[in-house]
Design a protein around this ligand. Structure first.
Ligand code: SF4
Ligand code: F3S
Length: 104
C-alpha cells in the first residue's frame, strides 16, 4: 500500500485524490490518509503530490504513519474530488515536525 506522511499536514493539496482509481483517500481537518486495505498499490498518486507526502509502505521508518493511515481511514470521511488547498499551504510545505504541532 501507499501511505500519506507528515508533509501533507496543512498542505493538503488534494491532487492525489483526483488520480486515485479506487477513491481510497479520507479527509481529516489538516491532512488526508489512504485506506491501506483499499489501496491497490498502483502508485499513480505518489508523483502527483506537490508536497511529496505519499510514500510506499515498503520504505523504512514509516510504521507510525501506516498506523495513522489505518486508524484514521476508518474514522474520517472519504474524499473523492480535488478541492482548493489552504491559502497558506505553501508556507507549511517542508516544515519539520508537523504531526506534533498541528495534527488533527
Ligand atoms: Fe490510490 Fe493508487 Fe495511490 Fe493507492 S497507490 S492511494 S490506489 S492512487
Ligand atoms: Fe496531501 Fe499531497 Fe494529497 S499534500 S492531500 S497527499 S496531494
Amino acid at each position: 500500500t501507499y501511505i500519506v506522511t507528515d508533509n501533507c499536514i496543512k498542505c493538503k493539496y488534494t491532487d492525489c485524490v483526483e488520480v486515485c482509481p479506487v477513491d481510497c483517500f479520507y479527509e481529516g481537518e489538516n491532512m488526508l490518509v489512504i485506506h491501506p486495505d483499499e489501496c491497490i498499490d498502483c502508485g499513480v498518486c505518489e508523483p502527483e503530490c506537490p508536497a511529496e507526502a505519499i510514500r510506499p509502505d515498503t520504505e523504512s521508518g514509516l510504521d507510525k504513519w501506516l498506523e495513522i493511515n489505518t486508524k484514521y481511514a476508518s474514522i474520517w470521511p472519504n474524499l473523492s474530488e480535488r478541492r482548493d488547498p489552504p491559502a497558506d499551504a505553501k508556507a507549511f510545505d517542508g516544515e519539520e515536525g508537523k504531526f506534533e504541532k498541528y495534527f488533527s
